[in-house]
Design a protein around this ligand. Structure first.
Ligand code: PXG
Length: 463
């Protein structure tokens, strides 16, 4: 079917996630038909390097036959059964065991969900349930961070700190507060602050909030090790140690949202390992199955698990697709492949450092105010070359740069004027070189567009 026919049907019937429906209808969607390795192919025959691993999830890359085989075999064997009513099946049991082996030692149980959002809904119900069981039902407040992303369900939106999401959909879940994010480039740099002092100050904001709410009312703190959707925000080195020091002074659970950072993204199996954190709960999804099938979960630390098991009675919570056998079988195979191929170690020791070197060099570009990366997550902060400051957001420079990237054969995501990459973990050095070269060209094209003051010509340059 020709692209324009797909686009017409798409416009007529399909409401896309996080999309201005009308604007997209006028423009038409890009139709992606197939993919292999680190490349996607659109219906026009363009081959595009996927610098975002889908949506931060295709860690093993596209086209892995082993995952296809795992799904096919499991579909034949047992395509569906639930784990309610005293039943279970081998794929979910095996996956639970594998996850607990790979996770930090004190995390020995897992609750399965269908997505990261459902994982965070589970988190919210679980932390409040935990404190109720401990005889402290008043401990209900959860502290998150501004500009954090924890999902799109009502609990996910409420735990997250996205102002645009908070503004839609009516009242949020009560008793969730937000503190400042450790985003030095956006908040520390303009104030002339040293990054490490800034990181400590952000951690202090958590302590101030705990005291304001009263420790006896606070159930948990939730955070991503590196904020993903917020802008690939790698906190200053001082931040996590200072947060740990704050948490050590209070009896509050730590929830580390590993939906993006888990499964090798930062060069360790979990972001918590990289930052030496001891989460009580760890929501996971995305890279758990390399995105091949939807599956998420919450890894539960011994302290919470023992209480839920020994003192809890029935926990009235769960989903039809909790531990779905086909999703679990694919996730299991995915983890086995990550292990057998040493993918995580390779991110830490080889390809992550290689990306870091090449990515940092983009800082020499006049449009780039900062180039940061950790493992296989990276961000470029676009700035006005004249002033070195950020552009007026209404100019849409990040969106333009993203569109120019796409036209040049690279998927790079923009969050405002922050350009982001999170490529498949199996990307080769040559493919990184290609990514850098295409990013460089898109930056040049963006700069040329900005330098051209004649609007007519600017329009001609647009992809
Ligand atoms: N936690 C984190 C840290 C995430 O990044 C979720 C929870 C929710 O997962 P599900 O599976 O329910 O989507 C996410 C998801 C973006 C973008 O634009 C990021 C996510 C989802 C959609 C878009 O960067 N992250």
């Amino acid at each position: 079917m020709p692209t324009r026919d797909y686009q017409a049907l798409d416009r007529a019937h399909y409401l896309h996630p996080f999309t201005d429906f009308k604007a997209l209808g006028e423009e038409g969607s890009r139709i992606i038909e197939r993919a292999e390795g680190v490349y996607i192919h659109d219906a026009e025959g363009n081959r595009i390097l996927d610098g975002m691993a889908g949506l931060w999830c295709v860690n093993l890359g596209y086209g892995r036959e082993e995952l296809v085989a795992a799904a096919t075999e499991q579909m034949r064997q047992l395509p569906y059964y639930n784990s309610f009513f005293k039943t279970a099946h081998p794929p979910a049991i095996r996956l639970a065991e594998t996850l607990c082996r790979l996770a930090p030692a004190h995390l020995n149980h897992v609750f399965f969900t269908g997505s990261g959002s459902e994982a965070n809904d589970t988190v919210l119900r679980m932390v409040r349930r935990y404190w109720a069981l401990k005889g402290r039902p008043e401990k209900q407040w959860v502290i998150g961070r501004h500009n954090a992303y924890h999902g799109s369900t009502v609990a996910g939106v409420s735990l997250g700190g996205m102002a645009s999401m908070h503004a839609q959909g009516g009242p949020r879940v009560p008793k969730i507060a937000h503190v400042r994010q450790p985003y030095w480039f956006q908040e520390g740099r303009p104030a002339g602050q040293d990054p490490e002092a800034f990181g400590r100050e952000c951690a202090l904001a958590l302590e101030v909030k705990i005291q304001e709410l009263g420790e006896e009312q606070v159930a948990a703190f939730i955070a991503e090790p590196v904020q993903g959707a917020g802008g690939a925000i790698i906190p200053p080195a001082s931040y996590w140690p200072a947060v740990k020091a704050v948490l050590a002074r209070y009896d509050i659970l730590l929830v580390v949202d590993e939906v993006i950072c888990g499964f090798g993204r930062l060069g360790e199996w979990f972001g918590s390992v990289h930052y030496d954190l001891e989460p009580d709960l760890m929501p996971i999804a995305k890279g758990l199955s390399s995105g091949y099938l939807p599956i998420g979960g919450v890894l539960v630390g011994d302290r919470v698990a023992e209480t839920l098991i020994e003192e809890g009675g029935e926990f009235f919570h769960g989903f039809t697709y909790s531990g779905h056998p086909v999703c679990a079988a694919v996730a299991q195979r995915n983890l086995e492949l990550l292990e057998a191929e040493g993918v995580v170690e390779r991110v830490r020791d080889e390809i992550g450092p290689y990306l870091a070197r090449r990515w940092k060099a983009l800082e020499a570009h006049p449009l780039v105010g900062e180039a940061r990366s950790l493992g296989l997550i990276g961000a470029l902060e676009l700035v006005d070359p004249e002033s070195g400051e950020r552009f007026d957001e209404s100019l849409g420079v990040g969106t333009l740069c993203r569109d120019l990237c796409f036209a040049g054969g690279l998927v790079m995501r923009s969050v405002g004027d922050t350009m982001i990459i999170s490529p498949p973990l199996v990307i080769s050095p040559a493919e990184i070189d290609e990514l850098i070269e295409k990013a460089h060209r898109a930056l040049d094209a963006t700069l040329a567009w900005l330098a051209d003051t004649t609007t007519d010509h600017q329009e001609e340059c647009l992809p």
